[in-house]
Each structure stands twice: as structure tokens, then as C-alpha cells.
Ligand binder design. Structure first.
Ligand code: BEZ
Length: 219
């Protein structure tokens, strides 16, 4: 049977984030020159002046200080014009007092949305899905979330994921189910018999068995 599904290439975890030059609400951005030495959380929304998107974009603005604290810049995107973005930002400010002052890409030619797999044509041919890309300071993609048009994202989970990535990098540990800051972390499992014997003898961590051990890290 002929496959009629439309697809675009999708960046994957571990890939370098595709570079782009784009018009945004704070002016032009060349991504490779932007946010040097910082993390970037880049997210798309289906359309300006739509209800779920307004709650989500307001959510990013209201928690922006927490992203700043985590050395992270925000970039939004939708397949709308810069005029639409400006009018929407102004409308949200007038109606709710929330100011969306992080850059929002006006991706009318869909170049950035296609490069990041934000345009998923079997969901919509004209609107980006709700994607979130976590990009580290070396511009490597570290985590990707995709949500459909009809389900809004969870800001607590977005911030928790960012904290987990940063904590994992800093302490060379992994995060168990439902980890949140302050919880015990997973100690990397042994890779040799000697390391296994050492782990079996180690009384400093909480062990289910030698391959599943947790410890607290004071911050
Ligand atoms: C919304 O943000 O409310 C929305 C946008 C596109 C499709 C469905 C819902």
C-alpha cells in the first residue's frame, strides 16, 4: 500500500541544534551567535491569539526569572507574522498584565519550524505543534518534547527537566522516576567486575542492588 503520510526530517536528542537566522520580536537572531555560554529553551506554539497558546506563553513569561536563574534564555516561535506577534503581545499585556518580552520568531516561511520538526503535517500543515527543545551551551539538543495542538504543556515539568539535565551534567549522575531537586540521584552503575565489587562493598549509598544505587548530593 502506498504511504501517503507527509514527513519532514526531525532533529534528535544529541544532534547539534540547526542554525538559523530569523526575525523575532526583539529583532533578528542568528542562533549560532545567540545566547553564548547559555542554555536555550526554544518552544513553538500553533498560533497567536489562540487560547491554549496564550496560557502557555504567559506561563513562560511568568516563570522567566526561574529560567534566568538557570542560565537559560527563552525563544518562542510560531508560523505567524511579526505584526501578529506584536499585536498579540500587546493584547496579552493589556488584558492580563503579562508581558511576553522573550524573543518570538515570526516563522512565516516555516524554515525554522521545518528544521526543528515543529511542523508535523499529519497534525497540521500550517501550524507548528507544541514543541520544546532544550539546547545546552554547546548548542547540542539535550531533550525534546512534542505536544499536539489540543494539549497544553506543563511548566513545572519543563523547569524540572531543565534542572535535571543541568544537575546530571554537573554531578555525573542520572535521575530516577519523578526526580525533583533535593531527591536522591542514581549513581552510574558499575562497568567492570572490580567496580561491581567496589559497589557491593560501598556502604555510602542506598542500594537495591549493585546496579541500582542512589545517593544524596548536598547543594
Ligand atoms: C489553542 O492554542 O487554543 C489552539 C491552537 C491551535 C489549535 C487548537 C487550539
Amino acid at each position: 500500500m502506498e504511504n501517503t503520510e507527509k514527513t519532514y526530517s526531525m532533529p534528535r536528542i544529541g544532534d547539534m541544534a540547526p542554525d538559523f537566522n530569523a526575525q523575532t520580536t526583539i529583532g533578528n537572531i542568528k542562533f549560532s551567535d545567540y545566547a553564548k555560554d547559555k542554555w536555550v529553551v526554544m518552544f513553538s506554539h500553533p498560533a497567536d491569539f489562540t487560547p491554549v497558546c496564550t496560557t502557555e506563553m504567559s506561563g513562560f513569561a511568568q516563570r522567566q526569572a526561574e529560567f534566568t536563574e538557570l542560565n537559560t534564555e527563552l525563544i518562542g516561535l510560531s508560523i505567524d507574522s511579526i505584526h501578529s506577534h506584536l499585536a498579540w503581545v500587546n493584547n496579552v499585556k493589556e488584558k492580563t498584565g503579562v508581558y511576553l518580552n522573550f524573543p518570538i520568531i515570526a516563522d512565516l516561511d516555516m524554515k525554522v519550524a521545518k528544521a526543528y520538526g515543529m511542523l508535523q503535517p499529519n497534525e497540521s500543515e500550517t501550524a507548528a505543534v507544541r514543541a520544546v527543545f532544550f539546547i545546552d551551551p554547546s548548542k547540542k539538543i539535550r531533550l525534546i518534547m512534542y505536544y499536539p495542538l489540543n494539549v497544553g504543556r506543563n511548566m513545572d515539568e519543563i523547569l524540572r527537566s531543565l534542572k535535571a539535565l543541568q544537575f546530571s551534567d554537573k554531578h555525573k549522575v542520572a535521575m530516577p522516576l519523578n526526580w525533583k531537586p533535593g531527591d536522591k540521584v542514581i549513581v552510574p552503575p558499575p562497568k567492570t567486575l572490580q567496580e561491581m565489587e567496589n559497589r557491593i562493598a560501598d556502604t555510602s549509598c542506598e542500594k537495591v542492588d549493585f546496579y541500582l544505587a542512589k545517593k544524596s548530593i548536598e547543594v
